[in-house]
Design a binder for this molecule. Structure first.
Ligand code: SAH
Length: 215
């Protein structure tokens, strides 16, 4: 079956599994996941599962990405911070919906690889930072201090303080939290200056690596 047809089937599967945010479904219908997986996994690009990328990392499961992005209630005017660029697939989904995406990745080869694919795809609303996601967008260009939405694609032992600080008033962050094999998806809201956490589904992500033991 052609990739394009497989892509539409994946969208149907996401709908069947309860995803109903039309902007998210449209993004899944448009972004070619086969461009973001390793060549040897291209034929599996539309299976609803994570796949290996370089450096023992994974491209996230489409359904889990869809759940996280739906919770963010993305708007065309949003500025989004993404932690864990990885393959760049989720970055592309985000950038097709919102105004600007700022994406942080710890590993330079993954970031540079993703940048290449995303630039070739024509995205001009993405900024990249190679560095530690626990610090968020600190010391990065453009010097944004806060974000309407934050999405973290790796599991943290706790909600990073810097990310809470960088969450705009009225904003929401989706982040897997837990130190074991399985974690819980946390939805972190900032309302009237206060941080509120809502616990969502169980999930399984690679760890959000601690750099030099800093939190
Ligand atoms: N959304 C990506 C997920 C990649 S897996 C995709 O679907 O392709 C998670 C990514 O988080 C990996 O690329 C990993 O290198 C990165 N990562 C892990 N710890 C990090 C940290 N402290 N700061 C930034 N990125 C980190």
């Amino acid at each position: 079956m052609r990739f394009e047809d497989q892509r539409q089937l994946l969208v149907k599967e996401l709908e069947y599994r309860g995803i109903c945010d039309t902007a998210v479904l449209k993004a899944f219908a448009e972004i070619p996941r086969e461009d973001y997986v390793l060549p040897e996994y291209r034929e599996y690009a539309y299976q609803n599962r994570p796949l290996p990328i370089l450096n023992q990392q994974t491209i996230s499961q489409p359904w889990m990405i869809a759940i996280m992005l739906s919770h963010l209630k993305l708007q065309p005017t949003d500025r989004v911070l993404e932690i864990g660029t990885g393959s760049g697939y989720q970055t592309a989904l985000l950038a097709s919906i919102v105004q600007e995406v700022c994406s942080v990745e710890l590993l330079d080869n993954l970031s540079l690889g993703a940048q290449k694919v995303l630039k070739a795809a024509g995205f001009k609303n993405i900024y990249y930072r190679i560095g530690d996601g626990w610090q968020g967008w600190e010391k990065a260009y453009p010097a944004y201090k806060s974000f309407d939405k934050i999405v973290v694609s790796a599991a943290a032992e706790n909600v990073p303080e810097k990310l809470c600080e960088q969450l705009a008033e009225g904003g929401v962050m989706a982040i897997p939290v837990g130190s074991g094999i399985g974690q819980t998806l946390y939805l972190v809201y900032r309302k009237e200056g206060e941080i509120k956490i809502q616990y969502d589904v169980a999930c399984a992500f690679v760890p959000l690596v601690r750099v030099n033991g800093r939190a």
